[in-house]
Design a protein around this ligand. Structure first.
Ligand code: 13P
Ligand code: ZN
Ligand code: NA
Length: 281
């Protein structure tokens, strides 16, 4: 069933696990991800970025996910990822998205806090939870280049930001980056612990593709309750499709879509287990 992300993430926080949030680009990726979660009795969050929403709009992705969610018993949330403006966040709210991120992390602290507070205020009466970001995760975020030189989240600022904005979840920068890493990323677990000490709302990890699973597990043990995966799903889907269309006789989208879905299913199953949300639905 389609639900908000609130209860599933609070349950994860209490239980010491995380909910995986998977970026989808098409119906097939949504089908495969929901199937994997259902088979593992796990809650799941599907999400779309502004870049993805240029390919098809909010209502198209939501309709797909809603129809699929209605066929299963597990909780499924539909989240706006990296909402780039107050207006887009409001559009997602009106369309029926059940979880919303406003990403003001490219702005100075004051402007970020202001737009995040406005979105949280608008979503609260609708019981739609809001995620905001402080610090810069950076890297190649969809079609946006988040740049490098990521300022990590400053714990004292995080405390003030959460108090002022009253957002439901906070995305933090502790050394991950969007896309695939050149070397192995080093997460700043001391910083995570300091943030955890002064912020009690669920924390979100972005840029998780390419982070070794044991570091993800350690981050979850340190207070991360939502874990975002995007690039890994694109790679998986494309791998399946590419293998199939090498054969020039293949002209049926169902044929290559099926293998793409198989790859996404396997990947999402694996990452749900890393998050520890299997059996929690
Ligand atoms: P990756 O593409 O590195 O998995 O990042 C995902 C993400 O943070 C989506 O918001
Ligand atoms: Zn992200
Ligand atoms: Na990454």
């Amino acid at each position: 069933m389609l639900v908000t992300s609130k209860k599933m993430i609070l349950n994860a926080q209490k239980g010491g696990y995380a909910v995986g949030a998977f970026n989808i680009e098409n119906m097939e990726m949504a089908m495969a991800a929901i199937q994997a979660a259902n088979d593992l009795h796990s809650p799941i969050i599907l999400q779309t970025t502004p870049g993805t929403l240029k390919y098809a709009d909010l209502s198209v992705y939501l309709a797909n996910v809603k129809a699929l969610a209605e066929q299963v018993e597990i909780p499924v949330a539909m989240h706006l990822d990296h909402g780039s403006s107050f207006e887009l966040a409001m559009q997602a709210l009106r369309t029926g998205y059940t979880s919303i991120m406003i990403d003001g992390s490219h702005e100075p602290f004051e402007q970020n806090a202001e737009v995040s507070r406005r979105v949280a205020d608008a979503c609260r009466p609708n019981n739609v939870p809001v995620e905001a970001e402080l610090g810069k995760v950076g890297g190649k975020e969809d079609d946006l280049d988040g740049g490098s030189g990521n300022p990590y989240t400053v714990p004292s600022e995080a405390k003030e930001f959460v108090e002022r904005t009253q957002v439901d979840y906070l995305a933090i920068a502790i050394g991950t980056s969007h896309g695939i890493y050149k070397g192995e990323p080093k997460l700043d677990f001391d910083r995570l612990a300091e943030i955890r000490q002064v912020v009690d709302i669920p924390l979100v990890l972005h840029g998780t593709s390419g982070v070794p699973d044991e570091q993800v597990r350690k981050a979850i043990a340190g207070g991360i309750c939502k874990v975002n995966y995007a690039t890994d799903l694109r790679i998986a889907y494309t791998k399946g499709v590419r293998e199939t269309i090498k054969d020039e006789m293949v002209i049926d989208p169902k044929k290559y879509g099926t293998l793409g879905m198989k790859e996404v299913y396997d990947l999402v199953s694996e990452k749900i287990k890393v998050c520890g949300s299997d059996g929690k639905a």
